[in-house]
Design a protein around this ligand. Structure first.
Ligand SMILES: O=C(O)CCC(=O)C(=O)O
Ligand SMILES: [Fe+2]
Length: 374
């Protein structure tokens, strides 16, 4: 369900931090840390990236996506071991039954083709169109890239849609991001929405002139023991006669970096919720699960941190208890051959049981049948 009720996505001016103003820095850090915990999304202004550069970047992006489809498919991501390049409309579907209506173009740190044999996971050369096709594209992309000092970035174009069609398609289906931190430049069309878990409602991230949207990804959530939140988000297809353009930086860290609970993120008596993992393994697992994984996160309704803390630390032996329940229901194991007690249910029981079963069926249908509901 979409809702226009406001959810506070803070807009934070980081100018004071960049100019080393001590008191401004303290308050900027405290606002950023609180936004990273909830809602896991914020927008930053005063970041020092020249508006001239972002305008030039978006102009070149329009020129790139306006190329004939054959020229774009010649640069398809499938041609690249590092998964760099073009992706057409409809190639992704993050939510069952709704197609993602967007084109993408992924680049990263550029490797000379002759060094490609030394490339590791997701490393390698970019694929560029002929210079004469989009004059200056490569220069502006790499200028922007250096400015942002990021590791990988993807540019998107979302086709416009009609009100009727918008019910059946998404710009990009609901998902969380794999990496540590995403920095997103969006134009003025709008459509990005974040999910407010307690009320299960979607809320727009209004485009703010000159701002970057910042959101926490799964890697940072893991690193901070769930203190920072990797928030579910999506783009609804713009009901407009114009395309929507955006540029996303996925900061994914160095491949050998170990992601293990930052000690200051543990309250006294708390345990680390995740095993340490290297960035490369984390990315490989996410990449392998790709759409399926992203989709699972929606259906499984990530447990809140109170539950996550409890899970695995239950008293007694939960596996044994569940085994006994299974045995009793199936008259096997410890319950084999035993007479079960019968007891009477109140007259409203069958309605209540049917309601519960309907909810379970709805969740299973929504997830494509690949979710275990306990
Ligand atoms: O284009 C956008 O506004 C968001 C894209 C996004 O969420 C993603 O690629 O992970
Ligand atoms: Fe995303």
């Amino acid at each position: 369900m979409s809702s226009s009720a406001p959810i506070a996505i803070p807009v934070i001016d980081i100018r004071g931090y960049l100019s080393d103003d001590k008191s401004a820095t303290t308050s900027i850090i405290s606002s950023m840390s609180s936004a990273a915990q909830s809602p896991g999304f914020l927008q930053i202004t005063g970041h020092g990236i020249a508006p001239e550069l972002t305008t030039r970047l978006l102009d070149h992006l329009k020129a790139f996506f306006a190329l004939p489809i054959e020229k774009k498919t010649a640069l398809h991501r499938n041609n690249s071991a590092a998964l760099r390049g073009f992706e057409a409309v409809g190639e992704q579907s993050l939510e069952k039954g709704v197609m993602d209506s967007k084109e993408g173009f992924m680049i990263g740190p550029d490797w000379e083709p002759e060094n490609a044999k030394n490339a590791r996971f997701l490393q390698g050369p970019n694929q560029w169109p002929a210079e004469t096709d989009v004059v200056g594209l490569r220069v502006v992309m790499m200028d922007y890239f250096r400015e942002m000092q990021a590791l990988s970035k993807t540019m998107f174009r979302y086709p416009p849609t009609t009100p009727e069609m918008s019910e059946k398609s998404r710009g990009i289906g609901a998902h969380t991001d794999f990496g540590a931190l995403t920095l997103l430049l969006q134009d003025t069309i709008g459509g990005l929405e974040v999910f407010h878990r307690p009320t299960e409602t979607w809320h727009p991230v209004q485009p703010v002139d000159g701002a970057f949207v910042v959101n926490i990804g799964d890697m940072l959530e893991r690193w901070t023991n769930n203190k920072y939140t990797s928030t579910l988000h999506r783009v609804i297809s713009p009901v407009s006669n114009q395309y929507r353009y955006s540029v996303a930086f996925f900061n994914e860290g160095l491949l050998d970096q170990m992601i293990e609970c930052i000690p200051t993120c543990l309250e006294p008596g708390q345990k680390a919720l995740y095993e340490p993992v290297k960035v490369e393994q984390h990315l490989r697992e996410r990449q392998a699960q790709n759409n399926r994984y992203r989709h699972m996160r929606i259906s499984m309704r990530k447990p809140d941190s109170a539950f996550a803390q409890y899970n695995g630390a239950q008293s007694g032996d939960p596996v044994k208890e569940v085994t006994i329940i299974y045995d009793v229901i199936t008259s096997t194991g410890v319950a084999a051959g035993k007479e079960l007690l019968e007891f009477l249910l109140r007259s409203d029981a069958s309605t209540k049981i049917a309601e519960g079963a309907q909810k379970v069926i709805a969740v299973v249908n929504e997830s494509g049948g690949d979710v275990l509901v306990l």
